[in-house]
Design a protein around this ligand. Structure first.
Ligand SMILES: [Zn+2]
Length: 95
């Protein structure tokens, strides 16, 4: 999977400078307003604004996606689980 590079955009949850994006389920493209982003560092879910900054998504918004677009919700949750597992494994390696 190739990723797209953009100007660093801070994650609204942890401040991590997000500058790489990988698309899921379709061909790679640059982020567009309305696209969903999952932070690699904290697994926070955000949405791109018209200015391509990131707005945090609320649990209510995620619940709406779960109802209206279950496939997207499934991918978001799989990505979040993968990120959490990656960091959990990294912690275990250091013990
Ligand atoms: Zn983050």
């Amino acid at each position: 999977m190739k990723d797209a590079r953009t100007q660093p955009t801070p994650c609204p949850f942890c401040g991590y400078a997000i500058d790489a994006h990988a698309a899921v389920g379709h061909e790679q493209h640059m982020p567009e307003p309305g696209n969903i982003s999952v932070c690699f560092r904290c697994a926070g879910v955000s949405k791109y604004t018209e200015q391509l900054s990131l707005d945090p998504m609320t649990e209510e918004e995620l619940t709406l996606i779960k109802v209206e677009d279950p496939e997207t919700y499934y991918y978001v949750q799989r990505i979040r689980d993968g990120i959490r597992k990656f960091f959990a494994d990294e912690i275990i390696k250091k013990l």
